[in-house]
Design a protein around this ligand. Structure first.
Ligand SMILES: *Cc1c(COP(=O)(O)O)cnc(C)c1O
Length: 470
């Protein structure tokens, strides 16, 4: 398997060569030269497999320059009952026949990002161990991504994490989750500013190429191909769990932000998984819903981006979306380069008059959006009807999924976080606190480890330089 860039400017590379970044030098995203096709016989064998074997089958097709024994060992260490709460890793909950929730958020930070990030942590450690290099991961977070990265990288050889977050602006639960980590390789930096200030600092540091190289700075953001790859596995797992035979089709409803989760569903479908619809759900930040309905992709400004009660979907543009558009254009790198030269200048593009916009149906995509009132009502309805409590993001997916599904096709809604993380909205919906999963009861009372810094790029650079010495 070789990887190329969505903008056509990268000579083909191996998986290990694109693992640590995902962004190619021409500004595009790394993507397989061709997707592996899974034939009927293989799909039949896969049906009987547990999560770990299935993961090996899927991942070994993409990460084919890692020796099979090593990959198997990495998977066995990553996808355990101890880390994900059950041997199923992503158990299927059936609400009623043909209507399911795929539980993706039973990892350490109670959000689905753990599934990919835990693998990334072990893959990074493995590759760095082989080359003898070290890596300093720099990131900005308003919640889920940062904590999931820290829990994946804690205690890992050769890796340090410098995570910026807006001081006093995350929920108490999220803050405690990150700041209570005591590992020496984790550096929590609370910035006196908002999330965008944190992100601007990361951009400024990354644009200082000399510093970046000298300090071996890397990222773990959602454009990383290995994260998409890891997420493909549970589409297969969910499909097998919800069907009796490979003749059947299913639809997936996916609460979406940066288009990483549903991009994995798209790849699974391209590999031959019988997916009827990929139902994309947004919250009030509906940049993707607008595209799938109208063909116009108009990235929002920071000012237009709303703070909602499903905060992990509050995005102004969707970083993984370029991978889908690459496929939509029939893998036309020149076209993608042209479209994203507008996006990179903050401008919109419009495909509505082109025949390729009609192809969206061939890719199974439909979309809808949700809002605060709808998600609160959905949480209440699902709780009253099925005695199942879902979080605000999952509720957006359920809402849109139920509205857009085809009646005779089973629907699987992706559960992307646990309700315990969003107690305010749960209170509003059902008048009581969400239950805390075991082990998290005392989280906010644990000792915290962090530093507070001003919005000052040079000061952050100095801090990194000082703390990244071997
Ligand atoms: C990150 C996240 C999403 C959005 O997923 P994308 O891959 O960015 O589309 C949805 N829900 C939760 C809880 C998340 O953390």
């Amino acid at each position: 398997m070789r990887y190329i860039s969505t903008r056509g400017g990268m000579p083909p590379k191996s998986f290990s060569e694109i693992l640590l970044s995902g962004l190619s030098p021409d500004g595009g995203l790394a993507i397989p030269e061709a997707y592996p096709k899974i034939d009927a016989d293989e799909l039949k064998t896969w049906r009987g497999m547990n999560y770990q074997s299935l993961a090996f089958e899927v991942l070994s097709r993409f990460a084919d320059d890692i020796p099979a024994d090593d990959l198997q060992e990495i998977i066995a260490r990553t996808y355990t009952e101890e880390i994900f709460g059950s041997d199923d890793i992503t158990p299927l909950k059936t609400l009623e026949p043909g209507f399911h929730i795929l539980a993706l958020s039973n990892g350490p930070t109670l959000a689905f990002k753990d599934i990919a990030m835990q693998l990334l942590g072990n893959l990074f450690e493995y590759t760095l161990g082989k080359s003898g290099e070290t890596l300093n991961i720099l990131g900005a977070t308003s919640g889920d991504t940062g904590s999931s990265a820290e829990y994946a990288m804690r205690g890992k050889q050769g890796i340090r994490v410098f995570m910026l977050s807006p001081h006093g602006k995350m929920s108490r639960f999220q803050t405690a989750q990150m700041f209570s980590l005591q590992e020496e390789n984790i550096f929590n930096i609370a910035i006196r500013g908002v999330f965008d200030d944190c992100q601007d600092i990361v951009k400024a540091v990354s644009n200082d190429h000399a510093f970046k190289q000298a300090q071996r700075i890397g990222t773990v953001n959602s454009i990383n191909w290995a994260r998409v790859m890891a997420q493909i596995v549970y589409y297969f797992k969910g499909y097998f769990a919800a069907t009796q035979s490979n003749e059947e089709e299913v639809s997936f409803a996916v609460p979406s932000g940066n288009f990483g989760n549903i991009c994995a569903g798209h790849v699974a479908r391209m590999m031959g998984l019988p997916i009827r619809q990929l139902i994309l759900a947004t919250n009030e930040n509906d940049v993707l819903d607008e595209f799938f309905k109208t063909g116009v992709y108009r990235p929002r400004t920071t000012r237009e981006t709303k703070h909602t009660s499903s905060p992990s979907m509050d995005i102004s543009k969707a970083s993984n979306f370029e991978r889908f558009v690459y496929d939509l254009t029939g893998r036309d790198a020149e076209k993608v380069t042209e479209l994203w030269s507008a996006v990179d200048r903050g401008q919109a593009f419009d495909l509505s008059n082109l025949s390729l916009f009609r192809k969206i149906k061939d890719f199974g995509f439909v979309s809808g959006n949700s809002n605060h009132a709808a998600r609160i009502a959905t949480i209440r309805e699902i709780y009253d009807k099925y005695q199942v409590l879902v979080d605000t993001h999952t509720a957006d997916g359920l809402r849109v999924g139920q509205a857009l599904r085809e009646q005779d096709v089973p629907l699987i809604c992706m559960e992307t976080a646990q309700p315990a993380k969003f107690s305010e909205s749960i209170q509003e919906a059902i008048g009581q606190e969400p239950p805390r999963p075991a082990g998290y009861e005392n989280l906010e009372n644990l000792p915290q480890r962090y530093v507070i810094k001003d919005v000052d790029v040079e000061a952050i650079k100095a801090y990194i330089a000082e703390h990244s010495k071997d």
